[in-house]
Design a protein around this ligand. Structure first.
Ligand SMILES: Cc1cc2nc3c(=O)[nH]c(=O)nc-3n(C[C@H](O)[C@H](O)[C@H](O)COP(=O)(O)OP(=O)(O)OC[C@H]3O[C@@H](n4cnc5c(N)ncnc54)[C@H](O)[C@@H]3O)c2cc1C
Length: 490
């Protein structure tokens, strides 16, 4: 049986590895010049930047994905545990809180703000444990194809307190505003406003304490390279149409007109536009895309000691900031950013004495009335000036020797992301599980989905668990004699 995967993002590569490992013939068709999707890499003048994900959690999901494809993760990639995981820095008062894996040290960090909140930490973790076990490990690793699957799961979620907004849950445990912010921002990494996403996404916090936070030498892109190496990935091959006869997939048509026959097609493209490839007039369900990001990739001629490997710079009016970029569709007036400085762990990511710095500012997606051709320069300058004046990174602007950027326009143009979304569709209750794009199409036989827009959702572990769900459906629907078909490593 022949399988065509449309897109070589983490989800596309993950599902291809699994299905190839199960003995299927798989081809991955990627529109860009290299695989990776959001997990792309830029190199310039001796600096290396991961363009998207940088924080690795749940390493066992990677181990399982690699193993299913006949690979040993630890022979392919060197992973290093980070300590601290990251620093959260509130500039105005020069306060900071480090997330560390040791729970007693974590309580000491919280106690800098509130001893009462430090004492509440164990209770918070205990409340998250069943949410992680039932919500992430249970629900995240199986498909939600029938409404009945959801109907059975919802009462459980409610009983665990996982259906209330994440912010509400955090506020029930912690009192200090800084501690509340520190324990609720995690959903932003998958495009979710902590005031709106269900508390099930609080499990993102729990899993870090369970499995730690990791760095892959060479950056996340070393994972992409290792995954792609044993697969038939054809880059520069944009899929123009997914062809089907009646209600059965027959293959794909590339932009140049070439046709590739396939019994199964798995789309790793944006779920908000895949209906166009299928020739459908509208998606099966209208879903809301996440916000976008302005990303700055800066190479500097000096090192900024205030930055840790991962640092969150939290600006004033954090709640309004989130509302502006998610709901109100306004450019923010104060800036909360995530900064990646991998030379703290791997010196070779920048030339000697320099820093390779990636800055992520959440911004509204392209539904908002923002002219990015005009707005990007001014916003970049304002963010960098704020990093200098509010967060003490004095001389940052003057130290930049080389710089690249991504705006919502690049997400749309380079990744085909509808409205320039950075994290696929919003992880709200109404867009999760059965309500999300299902891993198997409800109308066309042989058509499947993988990636941030399908179940269970975005993030490295999310899309790789989704790859497990999708490959499980494909193998169940198309039983095949077990015969390893791994290509020889090049
Ligand atoms: C800035 C940023 C920071 C992030 N940080 C983290 C982090 O630290 N940790 C974490 O766990 N997660 C993080 N995430 C989330 C994570 O990166 C994503 O959820 C994940 O990489 C998405 O993978 P995907 O499988 O959905 O594929 P995508 O990365 O969306 O890739 C899809 C691929 O399909 C290709 N494609 C689309 N249409 C076609 C077509 N018609 N023909 C051929 N090819 C096509 C695209 O070119 C692309 O290569 C971050 C995301 C962003 C944007």
């Amino acid at each position: 049986m022949r399988i065509a995967v449309v897109g070589a993002g983490l989800g596309g590569l993950g599902v291809a590895l699994r299905l190839q490992g199960a003995g299927h013939e798989v081809v991955v068709l990627e529109g860009r010049d290299r695989p990776g999707g959001r997990a792309y890499q830029l190199q310039d003048a001796g600096f290396t930047w991961d363009t998207g994900p940088s924080l690795i959690t749940m390493p066992w999901v990677l181990e399982e994905t690699f193993a299913a494809g006949g690979l040993d993760l630890h022979s392919e990639v060197s992973l290093r545990r980070l300590d601290p995981f990251y620093r959260i820095l509130w500039g105005q008062e020069d306060e900071h809180l480090d997330f560390v894996s040791d729970r007693e040290r974590m309580k000491t960090e919280i106690a800098k703000f509130s001893t009462k909140d430090a004492a509440a930490f164990d209770g918070f973790m205990a409340a998250l444990k069943p949410i992680y076990e039932d919500g992430i490990l249970g629900a995240g690793r199986r498909p939600f194809l029938e409404f009945g699957d959801l109907a059975k799961f919802v009462p459980k979620m409610v009983a665990m307190g996982a259906a209330m907004p994440l912010w509400t849950m955090v506020c029930r445990h912690f009192e200090h505003p800084r501690v509340r912010e520190a324990f609720s921002f995690h959903s932003l990494f998958i495009g979710g406003d902590p005031h709106r996403v269900p508390a099930i996404y609080g499990a993102l916090i729990y899993l870090q304490f369970l499995d730690d936070v990791w760095y892959a030498d060479g950056g996340v892109y070393s994972l992409i390279e290792a995954m792609a190496r044993t697969l038939d990935v054809r880059c520069g091959e944009k899929v123009e149409a997914i062809e089907h006869r009646g209600n059965k997939v027959t293959g794909v048509r590339l932009e140049g007109g070439e046709r590739i026959a396939a019994d199964v097609v798995i789309s790793n493209g944006d779920v908000l536009t895949t209906h166009e490839l299928l020739g459908r007039r509208a998606p099966l369900r209208r879903m809301t895309p996440t916000m976008s990001c302005l990303l700055l990739y800066m190479g500097t001629d000096r090192v900024f000691d205030r930055l840790h490997h991962h640092t969150l710079l939290v600006g004033e009016g954090y709640k309004d900031f989130i509302r502006d970029v998610t709901r109100r569709g306004r450019l923010p007036s104060t800036y909360s950013t995530y900064v990646h400085a991998p030379t703290r762990t791997e010196a070779g990511m920048a030339p000697p004495g320099g820093d390779s710095i990636a800055v992520l500012l959440p911004v509204p997606n392209l539904k908002a009335d923002v002219d990015w051709e005009r707005a990007a320069d001014g916003l970049r300058d304002a963010v960098v000036a704020d990093m200098e004046s509010t967060f003490g990174l004095h001389g940052l602007d003057a130290s930049v020797t080389v710089e690249h950027r991504m705006t919502p326009l690049d997400f749309e143009r380079d990744l085909g992301a509808k409205f320039g979304n950075a994290f696929a569709v919003e992880p709200t209750l109404q867009q999760s599980a059965w309500f999300r794009q299902p891993n198997r199409d409800r109308g066309i036989a042989g058509m499947y989905y993988v990636g941030g827009g399908t179940h269970p959702g975005a993030g490295i572990p999310g899309v790789l668990m989704g790859a497990e769900v999708t490959s499980g459906l494909v193998t169940a629907d198309h039983p095949q004699p077990r015969r390893p078909a791994a290509r020889a490593a090049v």
